[in-house]
Each structure stands twice: as structure tokens, then as C-alpha cells.
Design a protein around this ligand. Structure first.
Ligand code: GDP
Ligand code: MG
Length: 400
């Protein structure tokens, strides 16, 4: 009897142990796979790290876990925003640009984004852009007076210019809207109600590319280093679009000598001490700059003087030479910055950082052969020369 009870007890214990083993195996295979805490926290997994396979068929995705918390860089945020002028029809081209800016920079900083349009933005534009931006998007409609002919413009004269430029096949020569766009970017984007909330801007256009990581806050860099304006590409302007822009500039210099800064970048703009313009300009489809400077008396007087002369409509003045001449004359040389480490493309030019170490450190995917900086049609060499800067190592191999 005693040995029968013991056998019975052994049988019960064995069964309990067996059930426990079965339970342990089945519960561990249905729980989530091992994922290191830093992956769940959004930290990047370095190449070669023996991390868990988060794409395995076990079926747990970050969204099942309630979404990844954003990866945020430390430190204070600047009072800054991205700014884009766009039409509703630009949606997929600007979506591409936003994605690049977010992936390479803003996913760590979450800066806002201001969109401006001469028409109301439609629901698709807002929905798609908002889904891509990690900061807060804002949408503004441009007031009519910032996107129309000023009263002093002779409409007949302006129309004849457009017809003539169309015949001469000058790019955008026959376009009214392109002229409104250039005038708006020259004199009004920084005065829009939404922009008044900010001190710094970064201009982004549709269909651009960013080829390298930007691992630091470029706005903070500007502020810390007392920069007011910056560029990545520079080149010669198409002369036919600005035949009298320099005459107007000289008139402004004569009327407002108080705005012309002593240690300026005249050497970037002129080869004869200011007598004539060499057509060098910073390409303004990329800009990081200071809005208070653009809202200053000096810049306001400059824009108003040019606007009175009518060249936005009687010629086809671009905002790039206008901003560049202003930066060249109203700012000190050292307030203008060249971002070698921000790799950028806007059709048809590429800025790919000179220096292999920079390109590898920043995980760049541009072809260094495409870099425009040291080619004959670029003005960047001139910028280096007037600032007494040494060109980056390796520039000699990129001159043609
Ligand atoms: N809202 C609006 N944006 C425009 C218009 N024309 C151009 N843009 C924007 O102005 C910027 C410059 O225009 P873009 O066509 O890229 O000129 P390009 O770079 O000089 O060839 C881009 O951000 C365009 O989306 C327009 O008529 N309305
Ligand atoms: Mg463009």
C-alpha cells in the first residue's frame, strides 16, 4: 500500500513537471523575440551588431509595440523652421525632398515646416506633407499684394519683354508666375505672418537630394558662429535675365552708403572693385539664413530700391542674384558660410563634399566626380579666395 502511494505521488509529480516543461516551451515561442532595449528605443543598430532579427516572421513590429519613440538630439532647439514655396501640383516632388531632409537631419531635431502658396493648399498636400514631417507643419496663403504686379509696373512694357524673351528662348522668359515667384522669394517670404514667429530658416525646394547625414544642428551652428547666410552651390547667372541688376545695385549703394558693410564680399561679386558684376551668385534653392537680417532696414531698403526699378518684370531678375548681392554687400565676409558637409542636389548641379573622410564619416552616397564646386562654371573657388580659405584636400582631382 505504502509503495503504491509513493508510485502514485511520483506519477503526479512527473506529470506536473512534464506539463510545466510543455508550458514553458510554448509560452516562450509565442512571446516577442529578444530585442535589445536600445532598438526599441529607436537607437540605430550599427552595422555588424549581432542584433535580434526584428524582421523575422514572429510577427511583432514596432507598431505592435506602440510605435518607436522619436530619436531626439540633446540640447536646446533654435527658433527655426524649414520653409517651402510650392504649388499643390508639386506634392510628390516636395514629398521626396521632405523625406530626404527628415532622414538625413530633421528626424533628430523635429523643426517646424512652413509651406507657402499663392493658392490655398489642398487636403492631399496637407495630409501627405504632415505625415512626413517630424516637427509641426504650417500652411499659409500668400496675400495678393505679395504676388502681383506693383502699380508702378507698365503692363505693356512687361508683356513685350516676355514676348521677346520667349522668342529668344530664355528659360522662364515668358512666364508671369515665375517672375512673381522670384519677387516673392526676394522680398516677401520672410515677412509672411507664419514666418514672423521664427529667427532662422532653411529653404527647401521640390526634388532636391541630400546625400550625407547632418549630425549636428545646422541652425545652431549658424548662430554659434555668427553666420547670417549660407550656401552649398554657387555659379554664374544667365546674363540675359539681369542686364541692369548691377546698375540698380550701384544706384542703391550710392543712395544708401550707410548699409554697405566695410568688410564685405565685393570680391565675390565683382572683379573690378564694384564697377561691373561678374554674375557670381549663391544658388538660393538651398539656403540656411537669418530672418532678422532679411527683415532688417538694410535689406528692406535694398529690396525696395530694386523693386522700384522694375527689373523683376522688365527683365527676369532671380532671387538668387538678389539674395547674393545683398549678402555680399550688407553682410561681413565672415557672416556668409559655405557648408561643405551638406551634400545637395538640385537639377542639374551637385554639391558632393570634397574629402573622402568627410564622405565616409557622414555616410554620403553621392559620386564625388559629380561635385560642381571646383569646375569652371562654379564661383566657389572665388569664395574661398576672397576669404583666404584653403581649399579642401582632393579638390584638384575634381576640376573637370
Ligand atoms: N505656389 C507657387 N509656387 C511656385 C510657383 N512657381 C514656382 N514655385 C515654387 O518656387 C520654387 C522655385 O520654382 P522652381 O520651379 O523649382 O524653379 P527653378 O528651381 O528655378 O527651376 C519651388 O519651390 C516651386 O515649388 C507658383 O506659381 N506658385
Ligand atoms: Mg527648383
Amino acid at each position: 500500500m505504502a509503495s503504491g502511494t509513493a508510485r502514485y505521488l511520483r506519477y503526479v509529480l512527473f506529470t506536473i513537471f512534464g506539463l510545466a516543461v510543455v508550458y514553458f516551451i510554448s509560452s516562450s515561442s509565442s512571446s516577442r523575440p529578444f530585442v535589445p532595449a536600445d532598438i526599441l528605443n529607436g537607437a540605430p543598430v550599427k552595422a555588424g551588431t549581432p542584433a535580434a532579427d526584428t524582421t523575422s516572421s514572429v510577427g511583432v513590429t514596432p507598431s505592435d509595440l506602440g510605435g518607436l519613440p522619436p530619436a531626439t538630439a540633446d540640447g536646446p532647439r533654435m527658433n527655426a523652421t524649414f520653409v517651402t514655396l510650392a504649388r499643390n501640383s508639386d506634392i510628390w516632388e516636395i514629398a521626396r525632398s521632405i523625406r530626404q531632409v527628415e532622414d538625413r537631419f530633421n528626424r533628430k531635431y523635429h523643426y517646424d515646416w512652413v509651406f507657402l502658396n499663392d493658392k490655398p493648399f489642398d487636403a492631399t498636400f496637407k495630409k501627405v506633407t504632415a505625415s512626413l514631417i517630424s516637427g509641426t507643419p504650417h500652411y499659409g496663403e500668400i496675400p495678393k499684394e505679395h504676388w502681383s504686379f506693383p502699380e508702378h509696373i507698365d503692363q505693356d512694357k512687361a508683356r513685350k519683354v516676355r514676348e521677346d524673351m520667349a522668342q529668344r528662348k530664355i528659360i522662364y522668359g515668358d512666364s508671369v508666375s515665375y517672375r512673381h515667384m522670384c519677387r516673392f522669394e526676394s522680398g516677401f517670404f520672410f515677412r509672411q505672418e507664419l514666418m514672423l514667429n521664427y529667427e532662422w530658416y532653411w529653404r527647401v525646394e521640390p526634388s532636391i537630394e541630400l546625400y550625407c547625414d547632418i549630425d549636428y544642428d545646422a541652425f545652431k551652428f549658424m548662430a554659434d558662429n555668427k553666420k547670417k547666410y549660407s550656401f552649398v552651390l554657387s555659379l554664374y547667372e544667365y546674363v540675359e535675365t539681369i542686364p541692369t541688376l548691377w546698375d540698380s545695385t550701384k544706384k542703391f549703394m550710392k543712395n544708401h552708403p550707410e548699409h554697405i558693410v566695410e568688410d564685405n564680399s565685393m570680391g565675390f561679386l565683382s572683379d573690378d572693385g564694384g564697377d561691373s558684376y561678374n554674375h557670381c551668385h549663391f544658388w538660393s534653392n538651398f539656403e540656411i539664413g537669418n530672418l532678422d537680417w532679411l527683415r532688417s532696414q538694410a535689406y528692406t531698403d535694398f529690396f525696395e530700391s530694386l523693386d522700384q526699378d522694375g527689373g523683376f518684370f522688365y527683365e527676369r531678375w532671380g532671387d538668387a542674384p538678389v539674395h547674393s548681392i545683398a549678402a555680399g554687400l550688407l553682410l561681413k565676409k565672415e557672416e556668409v558660410h559655405f557648408f561643405n558637409d551638406i551634400a545637395y542636389y538640385h537639377v542639374p548641379f551637385t554639391h558632393c563634399p570634397t574629402g573622402e573622410k568627410t564622405r565616409l564619416d557622414l555616410k554620403c552616397h553621392c559620386n564625388p566626380k559629380d561635385n560642381f564646386d571646383w569646375k569652371g562654371y562654379s564661383c566657389t573657388s572665388r569664395f574661398f579666395e576672397i576669404n583666404g580659405m584653403d581649399k579642401p584636400e582632393g579638390y584638384e582631382n575634381q576640376q573637370d
